[in-house]
Design a protein around this ligand. Structure first.
Ligand code: NAG
Ligand code: NAG
Length: 500
């Protein structure tokens, strides 16, 4: 009894304060028809909806893969035995050489055994998020405590909750089955500018779910927003986007020279990735795991003879496509990059000159906007330069395709349209359903893998030229009638071998 009577004053205060707060809230929440009220309630309802569905705010989740296999993923960052100095260019701030490969970082995507339990998923923005945020702050030349905080929070709210739907570090398919020890064909994939190893996770994971291994690189050439180089002995080194003005060289750095050094750096990273894959395939998985600075890969001991390095493709998008073409210069007989095929998605334009000396089968896919938008490149229309490049490969090798994926835009093959479908279609003009668009990219890539393995031309690769120029249909009426709608709806074919 005593208790009730002698209530401390602060409780009393609090209750009345709460009462008046609730009263105010009731007034605020009373439905009415003002634009502000509608706006606020829409936002509140939307946030609650996302919260209940467990989906990230303002962005969509990444969809599950659609192929016949489950997908595993492993992040590997492996130090080189000796750092490789690519050029003498130094950072102006005195932090050392700008182009020295110390470690190579990539995500492996692969077919995984059914129903394996994963202990974690990778987030789509590689952790730590604060690193990426600092990269953006750096990009607008306002890298300070406050902007870093705001960007970190913003990233966390908008995309921080997005996970890549591949299972981390689960056994490769066939581990539990003595008879099924196939080796899977493999692609080393190189990203575009302002991207990282996770930006093409859907394309890579979809290929893995169809029985291919993809090693998606993260380049440390200053073209990405932010990346960190780990080391057992030293503090981690952060690399943010950099340009000519950050570099000191003799003669002073200009754009063409920067591209040249970046592409050489990327090529070295591709070589080192292949060297790691070779070690894993040779049964040195446990040793690779031991040296992995990202501490994943405890199942790699089961990977002996599981990577089919005789069917190695170099692939890339944008700057990465230009880099992939450059890496193919080594030729199929080289020991460092013994690729037997190349997949270049939107090569060239501002990403530097293209290597024309490709002596292996080549598939070049343009997005619609890449083909439609006229631009000069190497002194000629970009489209013509690319067509001649593929024509010359076709002449020498007998296998070259140049096709345009209709209604897509430059980022259509990245994860961006899956995560922000509306934003992307408004800003880039892609009108294709984003799932369909990506599925076509995956389909043509697996058809190319199949061609390299069996020599058989299927799907779009079985067709002849439909449009020698972008938009100029030269098919006969008969052919228009007989061609599958699933091809004409999505593709224009500019270069292809004559039908068999
Ligand atoms: C690769 O080596 C094989 C066998 O020695 C040879 O026939 C072929 O012409 C070489 N290819 C290239 C592109 O050099
Ligand atoms: C369409 O153009 C290609 C390339 O110039 C050519 O090889 C093909 O014969 C043409 N087809 C028709 C039906 O004219």
């Amino acid at each position: 009894m005593e208790h009730h009577v002698k209530q401390p004053r602060w409780i009393l205060h609090r209750t009345t304060r709460w009462h008046s707060l609730l009263h105010d809230a009731a007034i605020i929440l009373r439905p009415r028809l003002s634009w502000r009220y509608l706006l606020v309630s829409t936002v509140v309802i939307y946030i609650s909806y996302c919260f209940i569905r467990g989906s990230p705010l303002f962005a969509s989740k990444l969809p599950a893969y659609t192929g016949q296999h489950e997908v595993g993923t492993i992040d590997l960052e492996i130090p080189l035995k000796q750092p490789r100095l690519i050029s003498n260019t130094q950072f102006k701030d005195g932090t050392g050489p700008a182009f020295q490969v110390e470690t190579v970082l990539f995500s492996l995507y692969y077919p995984a055994i059914k129903g394996a339990k994963a202990h974690k998923r990778h987030t789509w923005v590689p952790k730590p998020i604060a690193l990426r945020a600092e990269g953006y702050a750096q990009a607008i030349h306002m890298n300070n405590f406050i902007t870093r905080g705001i960007f970190t929070f913003g990233l966390w709210v908008v995309v921080g909750g997005i996970e890549i739907p591949a299972k981390v570090d689960v056994p490769i398919l066939g581990t539990d089955d003595e008879k099924n020890h196939d080796a899977y064909p493999v692609m080393v994939f190189s990203h575009g500018t302002v991207a990282s190893r996770t930006d093409y996770s859907n394309y890579c994971g979809e290929l893995a779910s169809r029985g291919y291994i993809v090693a998606a690189l993260e380049h440390r050439d200053g073209s990405g927003p932010a990346t960190n180089i780990l080391s057992k002995q030293k503090k981690e080194r952060k690399i943010f986007h950099f340009g000519e003005s950050h570099l000191r060289s003799d003669p002073p750095m200009d754009e063409p020279q920067l591209k040249k050094e970046q592409l050489a750096f990327r090529e070295a990273e591709i070589e080192e990735t292949i060297a790691v894959l070779r070690r894993i395939n040779a049964g040195e998985g446990p040793d690779v795991y031991k040296h992995n600075l990202r501490k994943e890969g405890h199942c790699l001991h089961n990977w002996g003879d599981r990577i089919d390095l005789n069917h190695l493709i170099i692939g890339g998008h944008s700057y990465g496509a230009t880099g992939a073409l450059q890496a193919l210069k080594a030729g199929p007989n080289s020991t460092s990059i013994p690729a037997i095929g190349g997949v270049a998605l939107d090569p060239g334009k501002s990403s530097g000159p293209l290597n024309h000396k490709v002596d292996v089968p080549l598939l070049v896919v343009h997005s619609d906007s890449w083909s439609a938008k006229y631009s000069l490149f190497e002194g000629r229309p970009h489209f013509d330069t690319v067509r001649d490049l593929v024509d010359s490969v076709l002449d020498r090798v007998g296998a070259g395709w140049f096709v345009t994926s209709l209604k897509t835009s430059h980022p259509s093959v990245t994860d961006a349209p899956l995560i922000e479908p509306l934003l992307l279609s408004w800003t880039t003009g892609a009108s294709i359903n984003v799932y369909e668009g990506l599925r076509e990219y995956v389909k043509v890539t697996s058809e190319f893998f199949e061609y390299l393995k069996t020599g058989e031309r299927k799907g779009i690769l079985a067709e002849e030229i439909t449009h020698p120029e972008y938009g100029r249909d030269n098919r006969t009426e008969d052919r228009k009638e007989s061609m599958g709608k699933d091809i004409t709806k999505y593709w224009q074919i500019h270069v292809a071998p004559p039908a068999e």
